[in-house]
Ligand binder design. Structure first.
Ligand code: PLP
Length: 365
């Protein structure tokens, strides 16, 4: 008998599988723990929860869910355009910013096309490229940081896309605005540069590529409501770029890709400056506390500009299981080629202290 796999496209079978952070409900079930006592520091979510203004708008939008969403995201694009200083026709809205990555790959990648990225970059790029049967050209990082010269050198005549996350997940490292601008200017005209700004709101002064987009350089920047706005479960993000690129991405975008509750929540969250500020401050304090704690435990960690920290362990499997059995979920990174590291999301002060205490116990300190 012919199996389903026999009938599938080869890329579907050969593409690596994505393993997300383990959900709280699953760990509760496995360990017989109360879900309310479980600490999830595995997916870079906001430990303060969701933007209250976003939640309020989402609740009101629930009343309208018998109707299809407004497919062009008109109101969100109008408001985002004001907030971000671009034109509404320069915005494309996705089911999370990872959908924008997929849209880029479905529009520009096919067999024979190369896509350049960093070796330990956010893994969604690789998965999206391989699904379209393109080649990933991975430039090594230096000290866990993207090496833009190496990325520039990796570009071929067949390269259509280059992805740079800054800060990068899972390393937490970022590149400066001047480096990124110089890199963008150095790219050949046949390459589209995607700057992934998932953690931009955690930076004091995020790189601004809008003047370069205005000049006509082939650039798309992506942002998300999943991280600092605390709306990961609603799945909404966006890209801003030249209107011609928006038109192409809208051709491959599935109709009604973003639901009406998410659209409303994003509009509400955009106004929530107080929540963003509080989240940023909580994160900065948490980074300091955790970095100090890791150093005191004699652990090697990578200085982070995001809301998570990459930490090296002699035996990361054992540490992972030890924390897991105590209801603390962190992120293993074998899929990233970093088998000796765990990625730990910054929590609230209490959560960070619980994590450090559990680690101290593990090391018998
Ligand atoms: C979390 C993350 C995203 C955002 O994902 P969404 O699909 O918007 O939830 C994008 N890029 C990086 C580097 C991330 O870590």
């Amino acid at each position: 008998m012919i199996s389903y796999s026999d009938l599938a496209r080869k890329a579907v079978l050969t593409k690596p599988v994505y393993y997300p952070g383990k959900p709280i409900e699953m760990v509760a079930l496995e360990c017989g723990l109360d879900p309310d006592t479980i600490l999830k520091l595995a997916s870079n979510e906001n430990p303060l929860g969701s933007s209250p203004l976003g939640l309020k708008a989402a609740g009101e939008a629930l009343r309208g869910v018998s109707l299809y969403p407004e497919n062009s995201a008109y109101f969100l694009r109008e408001r985002l355009a004001e907030v971000r200083g671009v034109n509404p026709d320069q915005l494309v809205i996705g089911h999370g910013s990872s959908e924008i990555i997929h849209l880029l790959c479905s529009a520009f990648v096919e067999p024979g096309i190369d896509v350049v990225m960093g070796e330990h970059a956010f893994i969604a790029y690789k998965l999206a490229v391989l699904l379209q049967e393109g080649n990933c050209l991975e430039a090594p990082l230096v000290d866990f940081r993207h090496d833009l010269d190496a990325m520039r050198a990796a570009i071929t005549p067949q390269t259509r896309l280059v992805f740079l996350p800054s800060p990068n997940n899972p390393t937490g490292t970022d590149n400066s605005e001047s480096e990124i601008v110089e890199f963008a200017r150095s790219l050949p005209d046949h390459v589209i540069f995607c700057l992934d700004e998932a953690y931009a709101e955690y930076l004091d002064d995020p790189p601004d590529l809008r003047p370069l987009i205005e000049e006509g350089l082939k650039i798309i920047c992506t942002r998300t409501f999943s991280k600092i706005y605390g709306l990961a479960g609603l799945r909404i993000g966006y890209g801003y770029c030249h209107a011609d690129l928006v038109d192409l991405l809208n051709r491959v975008r599935p109709a009604f890709n973003v639901n009406s509750v998410a659209l409303a929540a994003a509009l509400g969250a955009l106004e929530d400056e107080a929540f963003v500020e509080m989240s940023k401050a909580t994160n900065a304090a948490g980074l300091t506390l955790l970095s100090k704690g890791f150093a005191e435990l004699g652990l090697e960690y990578v200085s982070s500009a995001g809301n998570f920290i990459l930490v090296r362990f002699e035996n990361s499997d054992k540490v992972y299981s030890y924390l897991h059995d105590r209801g603390i979920i962190v992120r293993p990174l074998k899929g990233y080629g970093l088998p000796n590291h765990l990625r730990i999301t910054v929590g609230t002060e209490n959560q960070n202290r619980s994590l450090l205490n559990a680690l101290a116990e593990f090391f018998g300190k």
